[in-house]
Design a binder for this molecule. Sequence first.
Ligand SMILES: Nc1nc2c(ncn2[C@@H]2O[C@H](COP(=O)(O)OP(=O)(O)OP(=O)(O)O)[C@@H](O)[C@H]2O)c(=O)[nH]1
Ligand SMILES: [Mg+2]
Length: 372
Amino acid sequence: MPHFDAPLEELGLLAQTAGYAVADRVTCKRRAPDPALFVGSGKADEIKLLAQSTGASEVLFDQSLSPAQQRNLERHLGMPVNDRTLLILEIFAQRARSHEGKLQVELARLQYLSTRLVRRWSHLERQSGGIGMRGGPGETQIELDRRMIGDSIKRTKERLEKVKKQRATQRRQRERRDTFSISLVGYTNAGKSSLFNGLVKARAYAADQLFATLDTTTRQLYLGEAGRSVSLSDTVGFIRDLPHGLVDAFAATLQEAADADLLLHIVDASNPSHLEQIASVMGVLKDIGADQVPQILVFNKLDAMDEAHLPHVLSDQMELDGQPMSRIYVSAKTGEGLPALRARLAAQVTNLNGGQGPMTPGAFPEIESPVS
Ligand SMILES: Nc1nc2c(ncn2[C@@H]2O[C@H](COP(=O)(O)OP(=O)(O)OP(=O)(O)O)[C@@H](O)[C@H]2O)c(=O)[nH]1
Ligand SMILES: [Mg+2]
């Protein structure tokens, strides 16, 4: 396919991350989704034929399907049908490692479940046969499920509350130590963990997968120029239309970012959709109350950028919503730009400590280095 369809490309990556192999892709143009099947019935037949000829065992939709559309499609196609939200929830469920992470995912999935009356979650246990194949549960079963889900949500919230309290205590201890904290934030797969490793010589898990990182990792980073250490945190990646349940569930983890003294917003500069990705990240930062934290845009993957898009200087300002933002180009892979980034961080730490308030654009000498 010569045509680059960014959302579908991303759905494919999500599917691979969740452990699927992509058999084929279909796009469809419609003015409004069909209330019953989401796509028209002709398109549904086409998908069915394609699925049969490619040996697909499941169909994934990029858009959110209503519970009814999902059910109807499963019946029509004769195989399990899922949407992007469920795929993201599934990846989070597979990835969660820490106690807190597991509780957060559990909460998000219970909340998703509570909006769908049928027992959908058994899908995650990867049983043979789709959910749609089993007859829908009767009324009483649904009522029972509802009550059980309600109880579980309450219990999970209580347990999360406890973990959160512990976290708050830890944070207060850190604050007492007067640590300057920097959080790496950004779209999933932008290279946050790679950059984190490059800066602190750690070995955080970095992979060409979406949501490789779910738990926050924090390390000390010594900045020679500033003569002091700061704490650097690698965090969970963002994605466009992050399911609401997940934003709520991960509020505590994301809170790390909101409490940071400085955000390094990592961008995959080689991705054709990087501007949309920046906008998504800004949206989430606003949602979690982190939009006032000083921010530096770090355009990563300089080595993989198109010749035509290569910057003339490695450090400049970028206008975002009418606001000038500091931007610095680096490559976590080749290490290019990392010394300049360290110097910039050192300057920032000294500046903020000097009581000059939030980052002022242009407060630092531009580091001009032509790209060969
Ligand atoms: N070419 C190139 N690839 C890079 C660079 N930095 C990271 N990558 C690759 O991009 C992919 C994602 O990197 P990660 O560091 O896991 O990205 P992340 O932002 O932590 O991703 P999540 O934790 O999944 O949100 C990996 O395959 C890296 O090897 C870079 O500077 N250049
Ligand atoms: Mg990561």
